[in-house]
Design a protein around this ligand. Structure first.
Ligand SMILES: Cc1ncc(COP(=O)(O)O)c(C=O)c1O
Length: 413
């Protein structure tokens, strides 16, 4: 990527603690390019109105822009024109997964199955967003939670018991890329087996969507039934995310929330009927400007090209691994070159190191990374540090991380 690209990110010009900013926390949320900021303000400053309601010009124009963003996202995720109706705008991945856990579980045939003796399978790599909604569903139905464990290398999943984990299970909820270790579970080994055993598959694409092309028809052919991602990691605004679902499943699912925009006809005292998907799952006024700006974000990414993005990120991921590997006081938990690297200074508390790095302008994440069970498997009671790369990461950022860590080590002893 060129210096021009960095110039598109106003946040990179800021000098926290009077230092050059080395932003290495894209896995938590990506910085926003000017195009996205402009698209967001253009909605608010332009012919703004609520959508799907007014007959007047500005409402129709804003509705068209919002639905165009849905189509842009559909194309970005490989859906043929028209199939974007199976994309639901949510607040984020968390809401998308809660929506599935709530509404899919109420399909009568699923509800009859989800009871004591059945199971919900997750993996040891999951973010809390892909754990807690399933625990809540398990508590409500009596189904048990089964966990695909971490392998002995503590960097991959142990698939040796997969078949028995899937026996009698109703659903598998799996991350496409870990937000802590950066690893990608081998979907070809896991998903078809789940499918064969009649297990519905929900995939958390929050991290994977940022670093490579997602093709939803291909994932569907593999056996994925639902797929979720969050807009703010995709260089888009906060407050908007996406859930894709197999059309026939969405069609069979009852609403998640009730209110305006999701109805067909409201009757008193009862008898209200609901709109077809996606509207059925989009109650109330949505994040209009954010949805439109997310469309602009994925168009901007398409403009960069996946080939360029991946070549750049692979180079930065390798540099990140090498930078850390050269420091003999660092323990690395991620496999090499994943671009999301978990590590610690041996025997130092990650929060102390992160604070010292911050004083030197280096932004990394520290703590449990919303993955407490994984921290437990890794035997890291204080959690760890995590550095992650994005399209704007450059060699200077990693040199600054290196200097920052050397200084932190000196200070912490
Ligand atoms: C793998 C993964 N899943 C889910 C989430 C939750 O995303 P959000 O907080 O935007 O819902 C994150 C965010 O860090 C994530 O990395």
């Amino acid at each position: 990527m060129t210096p021009d690209l960095r110039a598109q990110f106003p946040s990179l010009r800021l000098r926290p603690n009077h230092q050059r900013l080395a932003f290495l926390d894209t896995a938590a949320s990506a910085l926003k390019p000017q195009t996205v900021i402009d698209a967001h303000s253009a909605v608010l400053a332009g012919p703004y109105a609520n959508i799907h309601r007014g007959l007047y010009h500005n409402s129709a124009a804003t509705t068209a822009a919002y639905e165009a963003a849905r189509a842009q996202l559909g194309a970005f995720f490989g859906l043929p024109a028209g199939a974007e109706r199976s994309l639901i705008f949510t607040r984020n991945t968390t809401e998308a997964i809660n929506l599935v856990a709530h509404s899919w579980a109420k399909i009568p045939a699923v509800a009859a199955r989800l009871k004591q003796g059945s199971a919900i399978v997750i993996s040891a790599l999951e973010h809390h967003a892909n754990i807690v909604p399933w625990q809540m569903l398990a508590a409500a139905t009596g189904a048990e939670i089964r966990v695909i464990p971490l392998a002995a290398d503590r960097q991959s999943l142990d698939l040796s018991n997969l078949e028995s984990l899937f026996q009698g299970a109703a659903i598998l909820a799996l991350s496409q890329m870990s937000n802590v270790l950066g690893v990608r579970p081998p979907l070809e080994e896991i998903v078809p087996m789940a499918k064969q055993l009649g297990v519905t598959v929900v995939m958390d694409g929050s991290q994977a969507a940022v670093h490579g092309a997602i093709n939803l028809p291909e994932l569907a052919a593999l056996g994925v039934d639902f797929w979720a991602c969050t807009g703010h990691k995709l260089y888009g605004p906060t407050g908007v995310g996406v859930l894709w679902g197999r059309p026939e499943l969405l069609e069979a699912m009852p609403p998640y929330q009730g209110g305006g925009d999701m109805i067909d006809e409201v009757k008193l005292p009862h008898g209200t009927t609901f709109a077809a998907p996606p509207a059925r799952f989009e109650a109330g006024t949505p994040a209009i400007a954010e949805g439109i700006a997310l469309g602009a974000a994925v168009q901007w990414m398409q403009g960069l090209g996946w080939g360029n993005i991946q070549a750049h990120e692979e180079a930065m991921a390798a540099l990140l691994t090498n930078t850390l590997a050269e420091l003999d006081f660092i323990e690395i938990y991620s496999p090499p070159h994943t671009g999301i690297t978990a590590f610690n200074i041996t025997s130092a508390h990650p929060a102390d190191v992160a604070t010292l790095l911050d004083q030197q302008g280096v932004a990394v994440r520290s703590g449990h990374h919303c993955a407490m069970p994984l921290m437990k498997c890794l035997d890291l009671p204080n959690g760890c540090l995590r550095a992650s790369v994005g399209v704007y990461t450059c060699a200077e950022d990693l040199a600054q991380l290196r200097e920052g860590l050397i200084k932190a080590k000196k200070l912490l002893g």
